[in-house]
Design a protein around this ligand. Structure first.
Ligand SMILES: NC(=O)c1ccc[n+]([C@@H]2O[C@H](COP(=O)([O-])OP(=O)(O)OC[C@H]3O[C@@H](n4cnc5c(N)ncnc54)[C@H](O)[C@@H]3O)[C@@H](O)[C@H]2O)c1
Ligand SMILES: [Zn+2]
Length: 553
């Protein structure tokens, strides 16, 4: 690699510089640096503020200085601002410090990728016609961008594929410096895919693939943890099935694993359990560097995350989910917590893990009913954000999890990254859940969450049709997906459900206590089309009752 080995990703906004840069940094175990962040830190203002207060010329001056600063450092993965290399001098300075790669994408894809961003000063000049503005800016910059020898068109590529291509370009001319794109995992026959989750506290990797659990030690080392005690938290059933392999792998990697268990069942997701675990961890001499590693379903991961967030004011947290629900739902978003007698999940925290291991092999021992319940959340992700996943599940509903797990998780990553603190768009992840929570409550939690979500999604879809927002044919597609996956679409389809005929009024009343409310107004996630969900205020009791009756009768 020329110079001192920085890898500099440049190109227009929305071409994947930051996302791919972060994933590349995880892959190479190097530091990621976003140049716009440096500019903002230096100026004490956001990029839009610099544009507004000082104008673009001043911004470009600061940017040139930051290019020189970055070029003076080494071993960085750098994402430049979209216009940074339009100035040939910036290009020259950075090219001397490493390999410069220009990412590109079609204007339509760029628009799609930045669809929900409101802080793009150069596009805000034409807020009503961003596509035209993108085309115009691309034309202006085309000559400079295309003068960069190394190019990757990122249109339709996944983050992982972009990283693979970057590594190929970088390694042409460097040989041994770059590790293989998919690190081989000891004791397994497959390679692991790395997904990156960006959050307000930084970024963490999700290693996914067959055998991921055996790579736990390597993941911990990448997170800067070496040789420490590890508190593995599980329940006795899961411990007997899956802890031994994990413990052996950790020992082989030089760690000192200790296994602690909590009793099986939601009724033990409590402060009492957490309190007992604090004492167990103290007695075992777990200190602030000892990670808590959750090995279990959502009950274990919620409790373990809460313990990790609070023990000694917080210790590193690693998640190895063992149920499908926990894999696709609880491993991204950082929510954790325990129940009170007054209600579920009333005490908790946002605890970002340092890393997540998604090993589909663990699902082999999961009871079929649990697997099916988890499929409801997978279906939800396909409906709200991934048409390929939707088609795949429609046509081959029984394909193994390894084929679609990463895609299902990526949908949640995308939504949560847009809205890490749950202020807006993340609400669409609650599709079907306003109904599901009421149904779970009135059924006194005798039904599985996933079953309630499947039926809840049918209710929300019916409501969308009745409100004139969605076509009956879309509703039919949702229904076909759910039934194809063996999921219930009416309350009667759920074996353990109590007889709720004639109880639509009670279910409506139960929705009033759903905590996903904003002010006094209950909000509903509705579907306009596949992969097009939105949130509306309460459309009125009549429509909501009709949705309940639809799934009750
Ligand atoms: N934090 C979040 O974002 C989030 C999201 C969704 C749900 N949750 C929480 O998750 C919990 C539900 O989680 P769940 O559905 O995973 O249930 P669970 O944790 O109760 O697990 C279901 C059952 O499967 C068993 N099990 C787990 N993994 C197994 C395996 N690999 N082989 C054999 N048996 C296995 C468990 O012992 C348990 O009996 C609820 O408490 C819910 O509130 C949290
Ligand atoms: Zn859910």
């Amino acid at each position: 690699m020329p110079g001192n080995g920085n890898i500099i990703l440049t190109g227009f906004m929305g071409t994947g510089k930051t996302t791919a840069g972060k994933a590349l940094a995880v892959r190479l175990d190097r530091r990621f640096q976003d140049m716009d962040d440096l500019i903002e830190e230096g100026a004490g203002l956001t990029v839009p503020e610099i544009f507004t207060i000082h104008g673009e010329t001043r911004f470009r001056d600061i940017e040139s200085q930051v290019c020189r600063d970055v070029a003076a450092r080494s071993d960085l993965i750098v994402a430049t601002g979209g216009g940074a290399l339009v100035n040939p001098e910036n290009h020259r300075v950075l090219a001397e410090s490493g390999t410069v790669i220009c990412l590109s994408a079609t204007p339509e894809q760029i628009l799609e990728r930045i669809r929900n961003e409101t802080h793009r000063p150069l596009l805000d000049l034409a807020p009503d016609n961003r596509l035209a503005r993108i085309r115009a800016l691309l034309a202006e910059r085309d000559e400079r961008y295309s003068s960069i020898p190394l190019q990757i068109d990122t249109t339709d590529l996944t983050v992982d594929q972009i990283v693979d291509r970057i590594l190929t370009l970088v390694s042409d001319g460097t040989e041994a410096e770059v590790p293989s794109p998919h690190p081989a995992v000891p004791g397994t026959n497959g390679s692991l895919q790395v997904l990156a989750v960006d959050n307000p506290e930084g970024s963490y990797p999700i290693w996914t693939g067959s055998g991921a659990l055996a790579a736990t030690g390597r993941l911990l080392r990448q997170c800067g943890l070496e040789g420490v005690k590890v508190a593995v938290l599980s329940n006795p059933d899961i411990e007997s099935l899956h802890a031994a392999g994990l413990v052996d792998a950790l020992r082989a990697d030089g760690f000192d694993p200790w296994v602690f268990t909590m009793p099986e069942g939601e009724q033990h997701k409590t402060l009492e359990t957490a309190r007992r675990l604090y004492s167990d961890l103290l007695a075992a001499g777990m200190d602030r560097r000892s990670p808590v590693l959750a090995l279990g379903g959502g009950v274990v991961t919620d409790t373990a995350g809460f313990v990790a967030a609070t023990y000694l004011r917080g210790v590193p947290y690693v998640v190895a989910p063992t149920t499908l629900l926990a894999m696709v739902d609880s491993s991204v978003g950082a929510k954790c917590g325990v129940d009170l007698p007054e209600g579920k999940n009333l005490i908790g925290a946002f605890k970002q893990p340092v890393g997540v291991l998604l090993d589909p092999d663990l699902l082999d021992t999961l009871p079929p009913a649990e697997l099916r319940a988890g499929m409801a959340e997978v279906a939800k992700h396909a409906i709200l954000g991934d048409e390929h996943l939707f088609e795949m599940l429609m046509h081959a509903p029984a394909t193994p999890a390894a084929d679609w797990l990463a895609a299902a998780v990526q949908v949640k990553i995308d939504v949560v990254e847009e809205d890490p603190l749950e202020q807006g768009r993340r609400a669409i992840l609650n599709f079907g859940h306003t109904f599901a929570h009421a149904l779970e409550q009135v059924s006194q939690y005798t039904i599985r969450h996933g079953e309630a979500v499947a039926v809840g999604m049918m209710a929300a879809t019916h409501l969308s049709v009745q409100a004139g927002l969605c076509s009956p044919s879309t509703a039919q597609r949702v229904r076909s997906l759910l039934t194809g996956l063996g999921l219930p679409v009416r309350v009667d389809d759920i074996n353990s459900a109590p007889d709720l005929s004639g109880r639509a009024g009670d279910l409506l009343a139960a929705m009033g206590t759903d905590k996903k409310r904003r002010g006094a107004v209950l909000r509903f996630v509705v579907i306009e089309d596949l992969q097009q969900l939105t949130v509306i205020p309460n459309p009125g009791d009549e429509l909501v009752l009709s949705a309940w009756e639809h799934i009750l009768n």
